[in-house]
Design a protein around this ligand. Structure first.
Ligand code: CP
Length: 324
């Protein structure tokens, strides 16, 4: 049984295989009929206990483009609001024959619990758990960087060796940052985190990256700059920085973007706080890949579902995703 719980579980070869498979899937998206028969008869359940726009919709589109049946479950409006447990929810989904469960949960570790519980037989894909990990976001980010910095065809079989990636903002609450640090370093990139001291996680010294507090000094040395959303909903109001002060020190505006090398791109996983971590001028510029990242998310998630569910020819396997 295979799952995708953490970007840290992926080897370099696993990650390159997923990115290469995602390029194959992207070719399907370029065709007038954007569908493959590979997962016909299989059922994918999107189990979302926390809000989502991009991840939920793109997993749905990905599964449908592979011809799987899709069941969308949102905790809001379900029996979870009557107190039903994760276990009983999982047993209900198992009774419906789920081959894969894509789970987003506010509790860090919930996907790991589901994968190791014995409650369900299907593959588990982590679609974001608390402040822990969001591995498919990191994969679609790496896919976007490889396309932009290496090239669509030139990138096949390649990693991100020697590329300098800067991740800026609310690292403390960011599952996107954690997954990206793991995946990008596995792919050979050099990662620098830039954050206010109050938004740097305890224990960051053990992460395989540099930490800086000076955004202006790091920008000229960056091939990609990933801006993180300030996650007000996970913050104690007393520690919440003022919008103006945050934007002045850590926000990306047009003047700062001009300090980046000409080839460098601006990334954002979304949703964006325009005016806080990123100005509208930067968000809407040609250098910002936020919308491209969403499109790439469909191809990347098609690749993950295809590889985990063992789609028909060609038989490709994830070498080292966590197994039970
Ligand atoms: N990037 C991301 O996970 O967005 P959603 O919360 O809208 O899924």
């Amino acid at each position: 049984k295979r799952h995708l719980i953490s970007a840290a579980d992926l080897t370099r070869d696993d990650a390159v295989l997923i990115l290469d498979t995602a390029e194959e899937m992207a070719r399907v998206a370029d065709r007038p009929i954007k569908k493959l028969p590979t997962l016909r008869g299989r059922t994918v359940v999107n189990l979302f206990f926390e809000d989502s726009t991009r991840t939920r919709i793109s997993f749905e589109a990905a599964a449908k483009r592979l011809s799987a049946d899709v069941i969308n479950f949102s905790a809001k409006g379900s029996s979870v609001s009557k107190g039903e447990s994760l276990k009983d929810t999982a047993l209900t989904l198992e009774a419906m024959g789920a081959d894969a469960v894509v789970i987003r949960h506010h509790a860090s570790g919930a996907p790991y619990r589901l994968a190791n519980s014995g409650w369900i037989d299907g593959a588990v894909v982590n679609a974001g758990d608390g402040t822990h990990e969001h591995p498919t976001q990191a994969l679609l980010d790496a896919f976007t960087m490889r396309r932009r910095l290496v090239g669509r065809d030139a990138g096949i079989g390649q990693d991100l060796s020697g590329r300098r990636i800067t991740i800026v903002g609310d690292v403390l609450h960011s599952r996107v940052a954690r997954s990206n640090v793991h995946l990008l370093t596995t792919l050979g990139a050099e990662v620098t985190l830039v954050a206010p001291p109050t938004l740097v996680p305890v224990g960051v010294e053990s992460w395989p990256c540099e930490v800086s507090y000076d955004l202006d000094a790091v920008l000229p040395k960056s091939d990609a700059v990933m801006m993180l959303r300030v996650q007000r909903e996970r913050m104690n109001a007393a520690f919440f920085p003022t919008e103006r002060e945050y934007a002045r020190r850590y926000g990306l505006n047009g003047d700062r973007m001009a300090k980046m090398p000409e080839h460098a791109v601006v990334m954002h996983p979304g949703p964006m706080n325009r005016g806080m971590e990123i100005t509208a001028e930067v968000a809407d510029s040609d250098r910002c890949t936020a919308v491209e990242q969403v499109a790439n998310g469909v191809s990347t998630r098609m690749a993950v579902l295809y590889l985990l569910l063992g789609g028909s020819e060609p038989a490709v396997t994830l070498n080292n995703a966590r197994t039970e």
